[in-house]
Design a protein around this ligand. Structure first.
Ligand SMILES: [Zn+2]
Length: 145
């Protein structure tokens, strides 16, 4: 891939995930491939760029919420979480035109995108508050009776 990495790809790499573009069956956008201690997000290189971004965002959610966890929800729930939060990542991390291009081609995803934008705030809020976690917890402990 000779184009510069998208914001979504940079977001994935910030968590330490590799991103590779490769040949996959046409219906498969991508998947996660454990590569030693790292997780690699493999993306279908023939898909349009916005859908590739969506795939990366979707797989980042799987990596963060589902990989290496003792208890994982049913597949249908995992996919719902990954799709909903992928829209959140697309909206807040990616470019608005990429988000719009994806939604234009997948209009049935609109309710899920809107639900994701609402519910997924928690995930991003946690990311943003991470540097202040100790401070917040210390304050909370002080207030306990
Ligand atoms: Zn998935």
């Amino acid at each position: 891939m000779n184009r510069p990495p998208t914001e979504i790809e940079k977001y994935a790499r910030r968590f330490g995930y590799d991103v590779e573009y490769t040949d996959l069956p046409p219906a498969i956008g991508g998947h996660v491939l454990p590569d030693g201690k790292r997780l690699c997000i493999v993306v279908n290189r023939t898909w349009p760029a916005p859908e590739q971004d969506f795939t990366i965002a979707h797989e980042v959610v799987h990596c963060r919420l589902h990989y290496g966890q003792k208890l994982v929800p049913l597949k249908i729930i995992r996919e719902f979480q990954a799709n909903s939060l992928a829209w959140v990542i697309m909206f807040w991390i990616g470019k608005p035109e990429t988000f719009a291009a994806c939604l234009e081609r997948h209009p049935l995803a609109l309710p899920q995108a809107m639900l994701g934008l609402f519910a997924g705030m928690i995930l991003l809020a946690e990311d943003r508050l991470e540097p202040y976690r100790n401070k917040i917890q210390a304050r909370f402990r002080k207030q306990k009776p």
